[in-house]
Design a protein around this ligand. Sequence first.
Ligand SMILES: NC(=O)c1ccc[n+]([C@@H]2O[C@H](COP(=O)([O-])OP(=O)(O)OC[C@H]3O[C@@H](n4cnc5c(N)ncnc54)[C@H](OP(=O)(O)O)[C@@H]3O)[C@@H](O)[C@H]2O)c1
Length: 243
Amino acid sequence: MTRLHVHGGNGRLGRAIVLIAKASGAYEVSISGRKEDASEHEVAWDVAIDVSQPQGSLAIAARCAVDGVPLVIGTTGHSIDQLNKLHADAERIALLLTPNFSVGVNLLFWLTEKTSEILGPEYDAEIVEFHHRLKKDSPSGTAKRLGEIIAETRSLQFERAGRHGRKGLVGERTRNEIGVHAVRGGDIVGEHTVYFAGSGERIEFTHRASSRETFAKGALRAADWLLGKPAGWYEMGDVLGLR
Ligand SMILES: NC(=O)c1ccc[n+]([C@@H]2O[C@H](COP(=O)([O-])OP(=O)(O)OC[C@H]3O[C@@H](n4cnc5c(N)ncnc54)[C@H](OP(=O)(O)O)[C@@H]3O)[C@@H](O)[C@H]2O)c1
């Protein structure tokens, strides 16, 4: 049995992971969160999954780095400074970070890269994402990753090229921008559409998640894959053979 720790285990995604892990009979599961501090746990974990908030990722990563526990992070919304700290922890443990655990979204990442490479900058790229009203970060980590992928194919920096909504007399669209638009409402689990709009035609790719089960299964797949891996930085594309 794999001894699995879920940080953020009382949250929406954390609960889904715990449910599926327990039902499989393959894991001995422990959890922590804001109310139940991980530092109060004796570390007897083979692998940990973090689905909390950015500050929580840093705390659990530091703990795993000290104790040599591989860590899967699904939390989104980290600042550049926080990501740098996680990269430093990945020098000591196997650390996998992904904004999205679903196979379909990782395929969308791959398709977006290939499409953007083939179409080139003459096709305007825009991303629209939908999430439930309780989501805290915006744009979603997945939308951000899609923007970074498109930016990389066009030798742009997403931090500068990302155009987050438009209002007022903003002028004509330039080739060097990637539009990103976040819709929030109800209980939408997560939807992402990437548009490539050219002259006389438009391509759209849409992914819709209808339940958190797909994320939970992906998180467990990533945790199993990470067991025994050497220290380093990994992504979901490594698990799925898409990189
Ligand atoms: N990678 C993916 O595929 C994927 C998919 C969906 C969501 N996500 C991301 O996963 C994260 C969690 O999403 P969610 O919808 O499950 O959120 P949620 O329902 O708010 O759950 C977050 C959990 O983390 C705990 N937490 C918050 N801050 C913490 C901290 N500083 N230290 C320890 N625990 C902390 C909360 O504890 P309390 O219960 O005590 O408040 C809560 O149980 C978000 O970043 C979200 O964007 C990723």
